[in-house]
Design a protein around this ligand. Structure first.
Ligand code: G3H
Ligand code: 13P
Ligand code: ZN
Length: 313
């Protein structure tokens, strides 16, 4: 199956009460681990590339690795629908480059601007993307935490306003919307008890029925992963991620896409640390990257089960 847009996948996810995991990729091992999981779970997949990942790996390399993975899946008899998505596109230019370069979905993140400017920038991307058969995710509201090149203070974090969300979607024609309901990027999401504003999610849903919503900053930062990193020389404080029950609940409530990056980083890094801790003289990259790739596969399989996409390919 060639790359697909998010349109049909989101429709099925919405109606089926599940959410598709969107996993950030930066190199071959991460891509392979994610695909191995999707093949075993027979799950649809969103692979996302941030501007940082584009700078690091060049998106041409990532696209070819993803295409090779799709071919390998087909050869093994499993046809997985895969969306290739730009994560947090800053402006029209980067979105255009990705659309022209073969992405099937882009995110324009103009959430740092006032509403009217966010609408104007998003609409420009939507017009270009739709003319090229590509779907668009936009963002409204501010997540707390650290994004690529954009730092947002926790105190400035604001939830998405439901009425603004409705106006935003009507005026821009975007295909999905990332909302702020308490999640944040990175490993430190909550100071105290983890809490998502499900009442706010419901209010947005009521005004935008059948419309796919997106959750960024959704890593759970599981205690076992931070423990593993720390056991082998890390200094990551206790778990402050989104509990898995909340992820499962969001998936059943109109959230169709759930973004995971931090948990992948933790899974990979824990294994690399372990190899160096146990074998400080190791210098064959295959010896420390292969266990990282296996850990990514297991983590992604677990996420697919939590989000409900296993068997939905
Ligand atoms: O939301 C941001 C993603 O985790 C991507 O992170 O910009 O460091 O690649 P990055
Ligand atoms: P996490 O940092 O919680 O993994 O969120 C990733 C994300 O939202 C990518 O856009
Ligand atoms: Zn994000």
């Amino acid at each position: 199956m060639p790359l697909v847009t998010s349109k049909e996948l989101f429709k099925k996810a919405y109606n089926g009460g599940y959410a598709i995991g969107a996993f950030n990729v930066n190199n071959m091992e991460i891509i392979q681990g994610i695909f191995e999981a999707a093949i075993e779970e027979k799950s649809p997949l969103i692979i996302q590339v941030s501007s940082g990942a584009r700078k690091y790996a060049r998106h041409e390399y990532l696209i070819h690795l993803i295409q090779a993975s799709i071919e390998m899946a087909e050869a093994s008899g499993v046809s997985i629908p895969v969306v290739l998505h730009l994560d947090h596109g800053d402006d029209f230019e980067i979105c255009k480059k990705c659309i022209d370069g073969g992405f099937t979905s882009v995110m324009i993140d103009a959430s740092k601007y006032p509403l009217a400017e966010n609408i104007r920038i998003t609409k420009e991307v939507v017009d270009y993307a739709h003319a090229h058969g590509v779907t668009v995710e936009a963002e409204l509201g501010k997540l707390a935490g650290v994004e690529d090149d954009v730092k947002v203070d926790t105190k400035d974090a604001t939830y998405t306003d439901p009425k603004e969300a409705k106006e935003f979607v009507d005026k821009t024609g975007c295909d999905s919307l990332a909302i702020a309901i308490g999640t944040s990027h990175g490993a430190y999401k909550f100071k105290g008890e983890p809490k998502l504003a499900f009442d706010r999610l419901k209010q947005i849903q009521d005004l935008l029925p059948n419309f796919p919503l997106v959750l960024h900053g959704a890593s759970s930062v599981p205690q076992n992963l931070t423990d593993l990193c720390n056991k082998y020389g890390g200094q990551i404080p206790g778990s402050r991620g989104v509990p898995e029950e909340m992820i499962a609940q969001a998936a059943k409530t109109g959230v169709c896409k759930i973004n995971i990056d931090t948990d992948l980083r933790l899974a990979l890094t824990a294994q690399i640390r372990k190899v160096f801790f146990e074998s400080p003289a190791e210098f064959d990259p295959r010896k420390y990257l292969a266990p990282g790739r296996d850990a990514i596969k297991e983590l992604v399989k677990h996420k697919m089960r939590i989000m409900g996409t296993s068997g939905k390919a």
